[in-house]
Design a protein around this ligand. Structure first.
Ligand code: FAD
Length: 511
């Protein structure tokens, strides 16, 4: 059996967020076992430099690495994130905006009412069923409060972060080297295979050959080892998700720092607005099949009030899909090299975490056989498919028809069987949560996320009948949230004095 005991040297190629997060996981678990971990980074190829929003599990990464928020957040101009506001995705009255919450323990009290109301509304009963009033995170985001309650608040609150991607890379670089990762700045020209088709060594532009037992491809969209060298097949998601380009531009931020990402639907895609302590990061994710980069830049500049401003725009291409094998022979692909689902729900770093941390678990268990690789790849591929389908739902449920782009999304029938089944359950008024759980999709997005998107987009029958009930429970919900809000402080104020981490946070994020 192939075992990890024979692996004494690992070379990671690429020093973006994927490279350094993987290096941290490997340094933490493997260096003490005598494994040498190297990271090579090209001085000629920049990191992508976007990817500035996260989901709550990023907390777990910093906890596992024993790094306090008070240490990393100020160095990365980071802020807290309560969730995402989706503006202009739906044209249904009352649904022009909705919030996709990061859940908290307090939501356990309001969520049953939310689910009850949504199930009633989808069955044609006229009750309040828009997600925003049910979740404290939306109220925090609206008021620029930090999702960090005072110590006497008895409920955990889960949150993500916003951060400067370049500064986070520098921070992780420093930490990984302190923890024993060896670094070399060099451009890799190609890899050499052994007689079995595995990678034996890599060659650098300076004429050096670097051998290792295992390689990690973190070369970004280039996918130099996993795609180019090993020719691992690639599954494109372009028939499900049309966006293939992005533009990024910063703008100034004022005194108040909102604690949410805003995602605004545009003519040919959507624009993000991410608050950091020193600026907003903005960007437009769009499809080149429906507009030119110049048209997209013009539309973004108009939106940001930068039509005549001398602010440069960064244009990026995106490849949306995944490799079939993230762990192929003696190579693991992490980050954009393994695949990418467009950034609508900011899941890029979550995939990096999942791919690297689960691999380290396999490594520690010792089994590196073909069977282990197959099992691992199935796990990661399922995560890609499940996540993709949630993203597809944003487009499929949008009622916008103002451009060809939105009409094509509405007409798109390239849906997975899993997604068709979910929509069928929804339209027939059956229990959506039970179906999400039955399919195991709650591993990727919480049940409440599925309810929130369907309800937030207003996917309900028209002309609901009067409920005939004395109350739809909203008075108690509003009351509980209003009383809870006094336990939260201004976001910028909290960021100037970040409290130490409470032990045992994030016991369970998805439920
Ligand atoms: C528009 C957009 C928005 C995004 N938004 C989010 C978000 O909000 N949240 C989120 O979690 N994710 C987001 N992502 C994804 C996120 O940016 C990436 O997952 C993350 O930055 C990791 O990138 P990476 O390290 O894989 O690649 P990169 O940052 O591209 O790094 C590649 C590295 O490989 C090195 N390299 C390349 N070729 C060679 C070579 N030949 N030799 C040696 N080294 C080489 C480069 O020097 C670089 O260090 C977004 C992505 C895009 C495109």
């Amino acid at each position: 059996m192939e075992t990890s005991a024979t692996i004494k040297k690992i070379v990671i190629v690429g020093g973006g967020t994927a490279g350094w997060m993987t290096a941290m996981y490997m340094a933490d678990a493997l260096i003490k076992k005598g494994v040498e971990v190297w990271l090579l980074e090209s001085p000629m190829v920049d990191i992508i430099g976007v990817g500035e929003g996260s989901t709550p599990p990023l907390q777990k990464f910093f906890e596992a690495m024993n790094i306090e928020e008070a240490e990393w957040m100020p160095e990365c101009n980071a802020t807290y994130k309560s969730g995402i506001t989706f503006d202009n995705w739906s044209t249904k009255p009352g649904c022009e905006s909705f919030f996709h919450t990061f859940v908290s323990m307090l939501d356990n009290f309001t969520m049953p009412q939310f689910v009850k109301n949504v199930q009633a509304r989808v069955n044609g009963v006229d009750v309040y069923a828009h997600p925003d009033r049910f979740f404290i995170a939306h109220q925090l985001a609206n008021r620029s409060l930090a999702p960090k309650p005072n110590h006497n608040f008895p409920f955990e609150v889960w949150y993500g972060y916003h951060f400067d991607a370049t500064l986070l890379g520098k921070f992780l670089h420093k930490k990984a080297v302190q923890r024993g990762v060896r670094y070399k700045s060099c451009h890799v020209t190609h890899a050499n295979l052994d007689e079995h088709g595995a990678i034996a060594s890599i060659a650098t532009k300076d004429g050096e050959t670097i051998a290792a037992d295992f390689f990690v491809d973190c070369t970004g969209f280039a996918g130099m080892l996993i795609q180019k060298t090993l020719e691992t097949p690639y599954v494109s998601f372009k028939d499900n998700l049309f966006n293939d380009a992005a533009i990024a531009m910063p703008t100034a931020i004022g005194d108040a720092i909102p604690s949410h990402t805003v995602s605004v639907a545009m003519k040919h895609g959507w624009a993000w607005k991410i608050p950091l302590t020193n600026r907003y990061g903005n960007g437009y994710v769009y499809s080149t099949a429906f507009c030119t980069p110049e048209q997209a830049e013009q539309e973004l500049r108009e939106r940001l009030g930068l039509l005549d401003a001398d602010v440069p725009a960064r244009h990026l291409k995106m490849k949306v899909g995944r490799v079939t094998r993230h762990w192929n022979r003696n190579c693991l692909a992490v980050g954009l090299s393994q695949g990418f689902i467009e950034p609508l729900e900011a899941t890029g770093l979550l995939f990096i975490q999942r791919t690297a941390s689960v691999f380290v678990e396999y490594f520690e268990a010792g089994d590196m056989s073909e069977a282990a690789r197959e099992k691992y790849n199935r796990q990661i591929n399922d995560a890609f498919e499940g996540t993709r389908d949630f993203i597809v739902t944003h487009y499929k449920t949008s009622s916008r028809t103002d451009t060809e782009y939105w009409r094509a999304n509405a007409a798109n029938q390239n849906l997975s069987d899993s997604l068709k089944q979910l929509y069928e359950v929804w339209t027939s008024g059956k229990n959506l949560g039970a179906e999400v759980k039955r399919q195991g999709l709650d591993q990727y997005f919480a049940i409440v996320s599925w309810y929130s998107i369907m309800a937030g987009m207003g996917i309900f029958p028209d002309n609901p009948r009067p409920s005939g009930m004395p109350s739809d429970g909203m008075e108690q919900v509003d009351n509980l949230i209003a009383r809870s809000l006094v336990n939260f402080r201004d976001h910028r104020e909290v960021l100037t004095d970040i409290p130490l981490r409470e032990p045992n946070t994030l016991k369970s994020y998805f439920f």
